[in-house]
Structure formats: structure tokens, C-alpha cells
Design a protein around this ligand. Structure first.
Ligand code: ADP
Length: 159
């Protein structure tokens, strides 16, 4: 069975992430969204909040599930019997880091293929950090995140 992992910090999940998850769900039999538990940068949302938001926005995708992980990505992939890692590429600036990660993961396991999908043009400018900055200063993020995430951001920044 073809299973893919879509990993990320999802702090919070944006419409750009969701677009990649939806497209992966068409190609793969099963998609597991992996929410990274501990990341070097401070997150706005706790790991559980990030998982819950992902869970809400994937609700109508039958073959997609979400899990928090705090192991090597290749080990998380093996645990889920996945043979692919799907990553989104927005611009050349993503490429260097993504290329290095894909090569390291190949070194760790040559059974798991990293597959890149180009961001849809309408979401190519989007990142979680841009969304957080706009929401913090009271701007509208309606076109950038699913409505459940818009509400969570509004709650976080309510003063
Ligand atoms: P990380 O902290 O690991 O970069 P992110 O949650 O920020 O995690 O991103 C996870 C993946 O989603 C990465 O492959 C990233 O390039 C991709 N991604 C982020 N934003 C977008 C977007 N707007 N469109 C397509 N892919 C995106």
C-alpha cells in the first residue's frame, strides 16, 4: 500500500499546507500528517493545539490522519509503513534546506522516497510565520488559513 507522510511544524497549518495534503491524498492510498513535537524555534501553539487544528481541517479527507511525532522522520515513516515523505516547495529559497533534508533522510533509509510538490501559485507566498505576524497585528488571514485556524489565531491574540 502506498502511504505518505506529510511532516511539518504546522504552527499553525495554513491553506498552503492543506493544499499539499489534499493533493497528496489523491496520489497516495493513505496520508499521515506528522506534527513535529519539539522544534528548535518556539511555537505559538502547543503540540496538542497544532494537532487538533490539523485534525479539524482534514476532517473531510477520508484517507488522511494526523499524529504527533518526536522521533527521526524516517523512523516515524517506518512506524506508519510509509514509503514516501511529501514536502511542499514554494521558492528557490526552500530548495537548499529541502534538498539537504531529503539527502540526509535517504542516507538514513533508502526505502523512503522524498517527493516534492510545487506550491500552488495562490499559496506560494504563504508561511505560518507570515500568518502569525498578520494575525498578531489584527489583520485578516481569512484567505490564508482554514476558518478553524482563523478562530484559533483570533483566540490566541485576543487581548
Ligand atoms: P517546517 O518547520 O518543517 O518547515 P512547516 O510546517 O513550516 O514545517 O512546513 C512543512 C512543509 O510544508 C514544508 O515542506 C514547507 O515547504 C511546506 N509549505 C509551507 N508553506 C507552504 C505553502 N504555502 N505551500 C506549499 N507548501 C508549503
Amino acid at each position: 500500500m502506498r502511504v505518505a507522510i506529510v511532516p511539518g511544524s504546522f504552527d499553525p497549518i495554513t491553506s498552503g499546507h492543506l493544499d499539499i495534503i489534499q493533493r497528496a491524498s489523491i496520489i497516495f492510498k493513505k496520508v499521515v500528517v506528522g506534527v513535529v513535537k519539539d522544534i528548535p524555534k518556539d511555537t505559538l501553539f502547543s503540540e496538542q493545539e497544532r494537532r487538533i487544528m490539523v485534525n479539524e481541517v482534514i476532517a473531510d479527507l477520508d484517507n488522511v490522519s494526523v499524529e504527533i511525532f518526536d522521533t527521526l522522520l524516517v523512523d516515524f515513516a517506518k512506524k506508519n509503513d510509509a514509503n514516501a515523505i511529501v514536502r511542499g516547495l514554494r521558492a528557490v529559497s526552500d530548495f537548499e534546506h529541502e534538498c539537504q533534508m531529503a539527502q540526509i533522510n535517504r542516507e538514513l533509509s533508502d526505502k523512503i522516497e522524498t517527493i516534492f510538490m510545487m506550491a500552488s501559485p495562490k499559496f506560494a507566498y504563504l508561511s505560518s510565520s507570515v500568518v502569525k505576524e498578520i494575525a498578531e497585528y489584527g489583520g485578516s488571514v481569512k484567505s490564508m488559513v482554514p476558518s478553524a485556524v482563523e478562530e484559533s489565531l483570533a483566540k490566541k491574540f485576543r487581548r
